[in-house]
Write a protein that binds this ligand. Structure first.
Ligand code: AMP
Length: 481
């Protein structure tokens, strides 16, 4: 099938084409080239595409185009019923998508709005009551509005289930089923998901009609622009290895993934002590803290974001120079998600994974998933790191002053100390959660400036992110309970 590559080859209305031109997009991304013509024909789509592939424009541009027939400048709410519903798992994603939709629709009379949990319902209600053609929402809050009769969905023509795999992961299936039961049977349904798991296929089987399947890249493929290294590094050396690679490669900012909340908080604290401006993001951080940490990282005032898989989901950070797998993920698919943060849109990225002695099974799982043999390279810790001047290492990883060495125990016995941080008493956080993530259910009070209390913002680091994303301000929060 010949593929349209330039937006000008699509028969988009000049109003929409103008907004696209203003975004500075030169050509369509693969998902856009494949999905836009299909959606313009009104067909259902089942798309395998992750955030960062341009999928928001892939569904919103043709939707807006098809909704133009309803466009009108009337102030009467009745003239602006909801025609398209876009559902997303988190507030951040909903907010990002809504902002993009607004930009694409800015020269039309089509109205759009976003509703998500954790916020006062009143302003959302007022907006809904005025009438909107495109409603972007998280499932729980949308149901609240449906129940409060703030929106009528009997004229919906298009439904987008975006990040459908995450919606199922979070446990939104019953909510989705209830919402879909309120919609007209005759409609176009678009489903996007990073993977086509059996659950996603079942969902598609129930709600899509003869969908066109679009896969832009194998869902388990890792981008060829990412330089991937697997180094043999045992637990106690990982921190030094991380610092060494950051210095040697001149990496200014990175995501560092760990498998547990406990490991996350500990690592962030110890890196912070070593002078790296670091923020920990794990499931116990409040939404406010997450957003502030995210903004600090984007602005370049934080060097390292140490995070767990659950906390990193839905974070709108598109192009991190490097990703470290401080721990190999238990779930091989998380590896693909993690390193998908770097090397986006043709930029080169670095993904470094530390492989310890107990990781053989996880590496084998990963090899199966990415269908590639993984070469584990030895890692040489720099000599000066092993023996800083004036001190020596006795081979037992305790740096000692020569004058006191013979009296010091090789490891100082640790005083049993009660942790001030309640995190240390929390159970292990699995990488894939079936229930509502903690940060969705119980927002904790926010810390000083939204950053971890451990962290003193000390230095500014130039942001390394592309500036081509003027709309990407994650101002929302993930859906509240
Ligand atoms: P998404 O996958 O929809 O989250 O989009 C990721 C980013 O790519 C967003 O910041 C979009 O503004 C941007 N984008 C979408 N389409 C294009 C395109 N054709 N060319 C360049 N950037 C794009």
């Amino acid at each position: 099938m010949p593929m349209t590559q330039s937006f000008s080859e699509l028969s988009l209305s000049p109003k929409i084409a103008r907004a696209v031109a203003e975004m500075g997009y030169e050509s369509m991304t693969p998902i856009q080239a494949q999905a836009i013509p299909v959606v313009l024909e009104g067909k259902d789509v089942m798309g395998a595409a992750q955030t960062g592939t341009g999928k928001t424009a892939a569904f919103s541009l043709p939707l807006l185009q098809r909704l133009l027939k309803h466009e009108n400048p009337s102030t009467s709410p009745a003239r602006h019923p909801v025609r398209a519903l876009v559902l997303l798992p988190t507030r951040e994603l909903a907010d990002q998508v809504a902002q993009q939709v607004k930009l694409y629709a800015k020269y039309t009379d089509l109205r759009s709005a976003v509703v998500f949990g954790g916020m006062d319902m009143k302003p959302q209600t007022l907006e809904l009551k005025k009438g909107v053609e495109v409603l972007v929402a998280t499932p729980g809050r949308l149901l609240d509005h449906i129940e409060a009769k703030n929106c009528v969905l009997n004229q919906v023509e298009y439904v987008v289930l975006d990040e459908a795999d995450r919606m199922l992961d979070i446990g939104f299936l019953p909510d989705l089923q209830r919402i879909l039961s309120h919609l007209p049977k005759t409609r176009t349904t678009l489903l996007f998901s990073a993977t086509f798991s059996p659950e996603i296929k079942r969902l598609a089987g129930s709600y899509l009609q003869n969908p066109v399947t679009i896969e832009v890249a194998r869902s388990n493929a890792t981008a060829s622009t990412v330089e991937q290294h697997f180094y043999r590094v045992e637990d106690d050396d990982k921190r030094l290895a991380l610092k060494q690679i950051l210095t040697e490669r001149g990496v200014k900012q990175a995501f560092v993934f760990v498998n547990s909340k406990l490991g996350c908080a500990r690592l962030a604290r110890s890196l912070e002590r070593e002078g790296l401006v670091t923020t920990a993001l794990h499931g116990d951080k409040s939404q406010d803290e997450r957003l502030k940490a995210l903004e600090a990282f984007k602005s370049g005032s934080v060097d390292l974001l140490v995070c767990t898989d659950v906390a990193a989901r839905g974070l709108d950070i598109k192009d991190v120079p490097a990703v470290f797998n401080f721990d190999i993920p238990f779930n091989a698919e998380d590896y693909v998600h993690r390193i998908g943060r770097t090397g986006r849109a043709g930029a080169s990225g670095l993904a470094v994974s530390f492989v310890g002695g107990r990781d053989a099974k996880m590496i084998a799982d990963l090899e199966k998933l990415i269908a590639k043999k993984i070469e584990i390279e030895p890692f040489e810790l720099a000599a000066e790191r092993r023996a800083p001047s004036g001190r020596f290492n006795d081979g037992q990883r305790a740096w000692r002053d020569p004058s006191t060495a013979q009296f010091a125990p090789s490891r100082a016995p640790r005083a049993a100390k009660a942790h001030a941080d309640p995190l240390f008493d929390k159970p292990y956080e699995p990488s894939v959660s079936n229930g509502t993530p903690t940060w969705e259910a119980t927002p904790a009070p926010s810390a000083r400036n939204g950053l971890s209390p451990n962290i003193k913002p000390r230095k500014k680091v130039a942001a390394l992110f592309k500036v081509a994303e003027p709309t990407q301000v994650a101002s929302g929060e993930t859906e509240g309970a």
